[in-house]
Design a protein around this ligand. Structure first.
Ligand code: SF4
Length: 479
């Protein structure tokens, strides 16, 4: 037994990896690198472009693995700004011995450029995985406006981002179609959709909080974003506005542009005068992504007078599902960049995500392991986004059937789907662990359910699920 602390804190200086180690960007100047236009024009969008950047040092089998994934598994098309590409294998030149293995093992690569061999062969998807796993579209009150919680809405202004993450929850809508997934498209024109959203918010005084999202708001011409947020700020009941942008990390150059900074300053000034809080919510999953340029962009945003910059990461196996990785990331965010660690979401049940997902049990252990190191206000909550419920802290479950990997959750509000449902608050809602984490008896049980469903016997499958749930209840009651 060791008496050492499980985690030892050490302040770390942020580092911008040297992009000239990558053959394709050997001659790129600092001026070009720091230009948002240059970054956008040199995004990596396909295997050929990635090969051009990384050169011949990376083994061909890696590119073949990536190509196969794009054809047979990917739910998101490839899109990575140079800023993000440069945070993979930091400090390693692609022609060094071991670079291919380092690339395979790299945490940023694992979620931004998934390869076929990353995915599970036994259970690549959970049987209940769905495209819109959180049923956000079912809760649209205007096209792209999800009203799930009583006081909050999510406004999806656009369906593109400067970077596409392999695990994107909104894979149904966001990004380009892939061979596996034909993307949904908004039907109405953006201006009409925004008008309908504003109209709904004006006539719904119970809503006080708007998450302005997409996609990523960094892909909207700033004047259009500013015009929309200005209209939100005119609505008396809106007290909180959060702008969702992973690009603060993926393309910090965007947020460092003079016109964007000036525009954010105008918005922050108006918001302050009206007593409204504006914050930026970003999405960083690993400490390697927090570079000096990211810190500079976050501080530039704080300097405009907005309330806060907060991080909502996603918990993923092979990326950050480890207490040390999570704490390293949180300290890099808060010490290095002034970004508040806020949430880690469990990876949602979209198709082909099983290799990233962890069980609720693992999430609970991770939450326990990261407590006590960060200030309380900067200790992130690990949350499970339970379909038809919403975000629940991972310790909030009502029941847990470990054998079958089914957790049961309750809620204390009605979503927009249950306005007249008397039983909504008495019901329990299920969430499912990745099947490869279950004991063999649990996996066998699921194989039978999949067989029954495949044979069209939905009633039998539903009955089996119900019996399993009742057994879990009985077990919980007897415990
Ligand atoms: S930035 Fe957000 S919305 Fe865009 S692909 Fe990544 S997870 Fe999806």
């Amino acid at each position: 037994m060791s008496t050492e602390q499980p985690y030892s804190y050490r302040g770390r200086e942020l580092v911008e990896p040297d992009w000239t180690r990558l053959p394709g960007w050997r001659d790129v100047s600092a001026t070009d690198w720091e230009s948002a236009q240059w970054q956008r024009a040199h995004c990596v969008k396909n295997v050929r472009q990635l090969r051009d950047v990384l050169g011949d040092g990376i083994a061909e089998r890696f590119f073949a693995d990536l190509e196969r994934d794009q054809a047979e598994r990917a739910t998101m098309s490839m899109l990575m700004p140079p800023q993000m590409v440069n945070t993979m294998i930091p400090g390693v030149a692609p022609d060094e011995p071991g670079a291919t293995k380092a690339l395979y093992d790299d945490p940023v690569r694992r979620y931004m450029l998934p390869v076929f061999s990353d995915r599970r062969g036994d259970w690549p998807s959970h049987p209940y995985a769905t495209r819109d796993s959180l049923h956000e579209h079912d809760m649209w009150v205007a096209e792209g406006l999800t009203h799930r919680y009583p006081t909050k809405v999510l406004a999806e202004l656009l369906s593109t981002c400067p970077q596409y993450c392999g695990h994107c929850t909104r894979m149904d809508l966001v990004g380009n179609s892939t061979p596996q997934v034909v993307k949904l498209r908004f039907g109405a024109k953006p201006a009409d959709r925004y008008e309908q959203m504003i109209d709904y918010l004006k006539r719904t005084p119970g809503v006080r909080d708007v998450v302005v999202s997409g996609g990523d708001v960094a892909n909207m011409p700033f004047k259009n974003l500013e015009a929309f947020v200005d209209r939100l700020l005119e609505i008396d009941n809106i007290r909180d506005v959060r702008l969702a942008t992973k690009a603060l990390m993926g393309l910090p150059q965007h947020w460092l542009q003079d016109d964007v900074r000036a525009g954010m300053e105008r918005l922050a000034t108006t918001a302050r005068a009206r007593g409204v809080q504006i914050a930026i919510h970003t999405h960083v999953n690993h400490a390697n992504s927090v570079t000096p340029l990211v810190a500079k962009a976050a501080r530039a945003m704080l300097d405009t007078g907005i309330r806060d910059v907060r991080n909502q990461g996603v918990l993923m196996q092979g990326v950050n599902a480890d207490a040390h990785e999570l704490l390293d990331l949180c300290f890099a965010l808060t010490d290095g960049a002034g970004i508040l660690p806020y949430y880690f979401y469990m990876c949602d049940m979209i198709p082909f995500s099983e290799h990233w997902r962890v069980s609720v049990d693992t999430a609970q252990r991770l939450q326990h392991a990261i407590m006590g190191y960060l200030p309380g206000f900067a200790t992130p909550r690990i949350v499970c986004d339970v379909p038809f419920v919403g975000k629940r802290w991972v310790h909030q479950l009502a029941d847990y059937d470990h054998e079958h990997g089914i957790s049961y959750w309750t809620k204390n509000y009605r979503t927009s789907l249950e306005g007249d449902d008397l039983d909504a608050l008495q019901r329990t809602y299920a969430y499912y662990d990745p099947l490869h984490t279950l004991p063999s008896t649990g996996q066998d049980w699921w194989r039978q359910q999949v067989g029954a469903e495949a044979a069209g016997d939905h009633a039998a499958a539903e009955q089996a699920a119900r019996s399993s749930r009742e057994a879990a209840h009985a077990q919980a009651a007897g415990a």
